[in-house]
Design a protein. Structure first.
Length: 278
């Protein structure tokens, strides 16, 4: 069972996070992807059990966190928000998990804060993922074509089924519950869809190679076997770039490994975090 918390960042923007576990357990912060939300990590957090205290941040513009100017939906500001959460929680060393956008933010945090992380897990993103390739093109297309409103829940459900054809019933229900809401104008997004789209289509993605080369903690990159976002050849380049990096591929999973192979993803991440507890 999670508990819900709010705090203000350095600019007094209200941000929200969920917590699972006891405060004296090993801390793990979890960062979701581009259009996701803190509950993305519910299955993983619950599977980790009492050994870990998990914190899942609603990154700015998502979930129950406040929206912000679209130009601040970028790595620099996401990392600042993470810094503010770490300070709010009074954490010294901790573990960090990130998917896609959250993975990029986690890598950049690690670069800027050597010695703070005892382990890092990155789900299906690497250098170049957000700039080139089929996955980057897919994300840009989705940002251009996603409606701001749907006439009813059936149309909203159909949107997700078209966008994520392999999505499980649990994954679909989660997205409908946590990324959408009913308004007088119809079904709309809980996150700042327009602002996020503007930012994603106009802001140059951060080059992640400097962060990869600087990694000073055990780091696991997880690729979905059917991913269009993290090429296999990038995995080899990552392992060659830094001896702290390990990689693994989870078969029959897309870019959304935690959705497509939830039990196996939870096992892989849990085993890795347990092996590197301080």
């Amino acid at each position: 069972m999670s508990t819900s918390h709010f705090f203000h960042n350095r600019s007094m923007l209200p941000l929200h996070f969920l917590q699972w576990g006891k405060l004296d357990a090993t801390p793990v912060i979890m960062l979701h992807g581009l259009r996701a939300y803190a509950q993305t990590w519910q299955s993983l957090a619950e599977s980790l059990g009492d050994e870990f205290c998990c914190y899942a941040l609603d990154q700015r513009g998502r979930g129950l966190s406040d929206w912000a100017d679209s130009h601040t939906y970028c790595t620099e500001h996401y990392v600042r928000d993470l810094e503010d959460l770490v300070e709010y929680l009074h954490l010294q060393r901790f573990m960090l998990v990130g998917h896609s956008l959250g993975g990029a933010n986690a890598l950049e945090y690690a670069r800027q804060h050597p010695g703070r992380l005892s382990a890092l897990v990155i789900e299906d993103i690497g250098p170049g993922s957000s700039s080139v390739g089929d996955g980057a093109a897919r994300i840009r297309r989705e940002m251009q074509e996603t409606p701001l409103y749907f006439p009813d829940w059936e149309h909203a459900r159909a949107f997700w089924q078209r966008s994520r054809p392999g999505l499980s019933a649990e994954g679909l229900a989660s997205r409908l519950a946590h990324s959408m809401k009913q308004t007088e104008q119809g079904i709309t997004w809980r996150h700042d869809q327009q602002g996020i789209a503007e930012a994603r289509l106009s802001i140059t993605p951060t080059d992640l190679w400097p962060a990869v080369h600087a990694l000073d903690c055990p780091t696991l990159f997880i690729r979905g076997g059917r991913s269009d976002f993290l090429p296999l050849q990038t995995l080899g380049a990552l392992e060659n770039a830094n001896r702290n990096i390990q990689t693994t591929v989870i078969a029959d999973a897309s870019h959304y490994v935690h959705d497509d192979q939830s039990a196996l993803f939870n096992q892989v991440v849990g085993d890795y975090l347990r092996a590197h507890r301080a």
